[in-house]
Design a protein. Sequence first.
Length: 301
Amino acid sequence: MTTSTPPVAVDLAHLTGLRASDPGAIARRWAERSRRPLLAADGRMLLVAADHPARGALGVRTDAMAMGSRSDLLERLATALSRPGVDGVLATPDVLDDLLLLGALEDKVVIGSMNRGGLQGSAFELDDRFTGYSAAEIVRRGLDGGKMLTRIALEDPATVTTLEASAAAVTELAEHRTMAMVEPFWSTRRDGKVVNLLDPDSTIRSIAVGSALGASSAHTWLKLPVVEELERVMDATTLPTLLLGGDPKGDPRETYASWERSLTLPQVRGLVVGRALLYPPDGDVATAVDIASGLVHGGDL
């Protein structure tokens, strides 16, 4: 049975005071952080994602500024990370440093988000420059991997720059035997807005391109959306894959059912879920996270 818990309290004044008076604490705590194997004993993984704000993507459902409060976001993240079965988090340096100072990253898998330069709604959105973690910094800080958004738009020249940068990051991470999490999309612009094409064939094309980036695929993982004909889609790769939880829309029970079906495929090793768990319709982060961890790792829901 899931057991709801109150949110973890975050003292924003303490965090800001510590950052101002002792910025070196961040480096010291990264060096001291206790780590764990990448995969749980069952070979699966559940990660909570919080790298959306760095692209200016703050909305959840009808609330365009839902992720605008850092104290609220940190409380939701800390609550999620405190629940059994949550293996770790994917976020940008600012968020991860806050969680580190809160002590929420001990014995957790930590994936750094690398390219956030393609700001949501911008004219340069498909120019996904690496404005977050570098591969060198991921290794230096003892993170467990780096994630790169790799949108492929044939009509946009910026795509080749993104592909080249992603390939270089994959190569460098592989040299250090560190996970490279590639998130490929076949994308286009419609009425001036970037749209990711989520039909099976477009997803397969994105897998084919994303899987081949870099000089070694030994440490490459994929992060893919849940789409129709997923069994055929997943037949396009042998790479271990984490599925996107997606934006929270409709009945959460339908979302959970789609996750459960998807987790039966051999390449699928778990889920990366952000807003659907951090901002559930009823506000109960702990229960939403417990349901997801039950789907990924088994146990009573």
